[in-house]
Write a protein that binds this ligand. Sequence first.
Ligand code: COA
Length: 314
Amino acid sequence: MNKFARIIGTGSYLPPTIITNDDLSKTIDTTDEWITTRTGIKQRRRVTNESTCDLATIAANKALEMAGINANELDLIILATTTPDKIFPATATMLQNAIGASCPAFDLQAVCAGFVFALTTAEQYIKTGAANKVLVVGSETLSRIVDWNDRSTAILFGDGAGAVVLSGSEQTGILHSKLFSDGHYLSSLQVSNNFINETGFIQMAGNEVFKIAVNRLSKLAEETLEEVGMNSEQLDWMVPHQANIRIISSVAKRIKLPMDKVIVTLENHGNTSAASIPLALDVAVRDGRIKRGDKLLMEGIGGGFSWGSVLVEF
Ligand code: COA
């Protein structure tokens, strides 16, 4: 049995091809000003030839390097993705092969909440002693399921990957986690196909998703803090799912957390679904904002809806 699951390495990767708001305004009826004020996004990344596994491999190798361990020391790999490279085999097994690991590996699908679901699952393996070193990755090539003619969704989504390595520890680590799903809202945010042999695209009722996201994430943050006996002043950072600056700032305002304690990277890559939290985490760890001992609240919500939080002493 391990007392804590501790983050010992982080990594991320964005594909090099950049699509700016001005680029989009050449093909759809939109403007940089509209996108920036409604979402905070300035640009997104789009894969050319890379797969979800390719992005995951680069992010995972960076996290392993920071953790100072070899892939063959891993006991488990969990890959959160909405855009697996194939229906099967699991993209996690492709990643296992690409990084040279030999442990069990599986995909987990909870859309934009995928990373918090995967982190919570990994924590359970570690706390029971079933695993000691776990790689958790969020990787997405959402550009493959975006309808680039639909201005209400094409402006939002992008490609990328983020990863963490967790280790069993007697020091601090994950302090608390909480997951929810409510399948009443299946059509509010979904991919349009029902059939395996038909390519579908993201469809979204933006206004409805916005309100539900703000309400659920604020309530979740308040409950999480209450359950660990903390107030928001004792939080060092919120590392939210990078969906939309207005959702993020509304949640921060409701829980009375100043925006200078919120990690925001979405202007650079848009909503990368399961990849967005580990991407933002890695940026802030590497630029020195997040330090050992800091208390971080990660939160995400996505289609379903599914949502969850993980509170960490880093
Ligand atoms: N450029 C310019 N105009 C646009 C546009 C675009 N890209 N997309 C929509 N519009 C127009 C609409 O057609 C509408 O025009 P009308 O008033 O003439 O009918 C107007 O802008 C307002 O549309 P609306 O959908 O009400 O905008 P909004 O303020 O709700 O903003 C979102 C739209 C998508 C930015 C917002 O709803 C949102 O952020 N939702 C949450 C999305 C999200 O984060 N999803 C992922 C969760 S994991």
